[in-house]
Design a protein around this ligand. Structure first.
Ligand code: FES
Length: 128
């Protein structure tokens, strides 16, 4: 199965500023940190950027999608190493599941309180 993590590239760097001192948005910085960490770990994860996921009040926002398994929209992330690590930990935990539903006890601590919505996978949509 193929996971895709979409990072909102237009989410603000902080509440006070859209950009950091190098002109990067929070989403761009978070994406960069995630790509570096993914490559360092050798995690199989497609990371892409997209302008505004319509979750601006929950900045920085990310969307984990999968061809068949349940996906997730999550937010309230800072463009920092700890949050990038939690997001990648989450993606790896998700990838170990059959249906995309990670048991609560396996949620990375840094992901708790960050979820906004579940996105049904194709198979889940067929069963309801
Ligand atoms: S600017 Fe990131 S969700 Fe809208």
């Amino acid at each position: 199965m193929t996971q895709k993590l979409t990072i909102c590239t237009t989410c603000k760097f902080s509440k006070e500023s859209a950009f950091d001192r190098n002109g990067k948005t929070g989403g761009e910085t978070l994406r960069n940190k995630l790509e570096i960490l993914r490559d360092k770990r050798g995690t199989r994860l497609n990371i892409v950027g997209h302008e505004c996921l319509w979750a601006c009040k929950h900045s920085c926002a990310v969307l984990l999608e999968d061809e068949k398994r349940t996906g997730y929209l999550a937010g309230y992330f800072a463009p920092e190493d700890n949050d990038a690590q939690s997001i990648l930990d989450w993606c790896e935990a998700h990838d170990r599941t059959e249906d995309g539903n990670v048991p609560f006890v396996e949620w990375p601590h840094g992901m708790r309180g960050h979820f906004i919505a579940r996105i049904p996978g194709k198979d889940a949509a067929k069963t309801s």
